[in-house]
Design a protein around this ligand. Structure first.
Ligand SMILES: NC(=O)c1ccc[n+]([C@@H]2O[C@H](COP(=O)([O-])OP(=O)(O)OC[C@H]3O[C@@H](n4cnc5c(N)ncnc54)[C@H](OP(=O)(O)O)[C@@H]3O)[C@@H](O)[C@H]2O)c1
Length: 243
């Protein structure tokens, strides 16, 4: 039975993805900075799906601990899924360097730190898969997602480069770009229902994309076309728009 490592496992999307993979008979390793919050999810996964499920302490910002964290996993995961991320109020972040830095360091630097380690291990054994949960917000920079969007754009570029680097090593890297999803992160936002996914829908689409070895997937599919339109608006017009 293969094992999936879920990084940022207290996230609503992460729990749905963990349950989806468990339902397909993968063992699960849940890693989060507050592992004590995962006891109920851990026993639910074990009882409901009859797979192994372990819980691990992991903080994306504690880069110096990442090697030891990955080394300590037994067994080593066959699939690593990076899900953690933060989205602070953009105006607060614009006015507070600490918030800006925390968003960049979590969404980009933290992800690069741990995924470099996982990728090296997978390339070494010529087998493995990495999935990164990014965002459509990374497809084009705009005022309302100034820092969050740019951190996800950097993450998208990293995942594309990693996919290229890992290809010869038989390691697959998939980029996931959700649009709106009903989670803790968006609970105070008025989300347009037709454009918004549930966490279960995200999990199904991620699992389907993984099985088909997709490179980049949008959740839901029509976001690819929405972002295509947005990406094609000429800059001289785009800079005047309120998006
Ligand atoms: N919701 C959306 O509409 C949407 C759209 C596009 C992309 N996404 C992306 O989807 C991913 C999951 O987000 P979500 O919507 O499920 O939101 P969420 O429930 O708020 O999850 C965010 C997760 O990131 C974790 N995290 C934050 N800083 C961390 C750190 N330093 N170390 C380890 N974990 C850390 C949080 O852990 P704690 O529980 O410890 O705070 C939490 O588990 C994020 O990458 C987000 O950018 C979400």
């Amino acid at each position: 039975m293969e094992t999936v490592l879920i990084l940022g496992a207290t996230s609503d999307i992460a729990i749905a993805i963990a349950k989806k993979f468990a339902s397909q008979k993968y063992n699960i390793q849940l890693a989060a900075r507050k592992p004590e919050q995962l006891e109920a999810v851990q026993s639910d996964i074990k009882i409901r799906y009859g797979v192994d499920c372990s819980v691990h302490a992991f903080d994306a910002l504690q880069y110096h601990t990442h090697n030891l964290f990955f080394e300590g996993l037994a067994p080593k995961p066959d699939i690593t899924i990076s899900i953690f991320g933060i989205m602070d109020e953009e105006e607060d972040a614009f006015n507070n360097w600490e918030l800006t830095q925390r968003m960049i360091n979590t969404n980009y630097t933290g992800a690069v730190s741990i995924l470099n380690i996982a990728a090296k291990y997978y390339i070494g054994r010529k087998q493995g898969a990495i999935i990164g949960i990014s965002s459509v917000a990374g497809d084009r920079g705009r005022a309302s997602k100034l820092i969050y969007g740019s951190s996800k754009a950097a993450f998208n570029a990293y995942l594309a480069g990693l996919r290229n680097k890992c290809f010869k090593g038989n390691v697959h890297v998939m980029t996931v770009k959700p649009g709106f999803v009903y989670t803790r992160m968006t609970e105070n936002m008025p989300l347009p229902k037709p454009l918004t996914s549930t966490t279960a829908q995200v999990a199904d689409i991620v699992y389907g994309g993984f099985e088909k070895k997709k490179n980049v997937i949008y959740v839901k599919w029509f976001w690819r076309y929405i972002m295509l339109i947005i990406k094609n608006i000429p800059e001289f017009q785009f800079k005047k728009m309120k998006l």
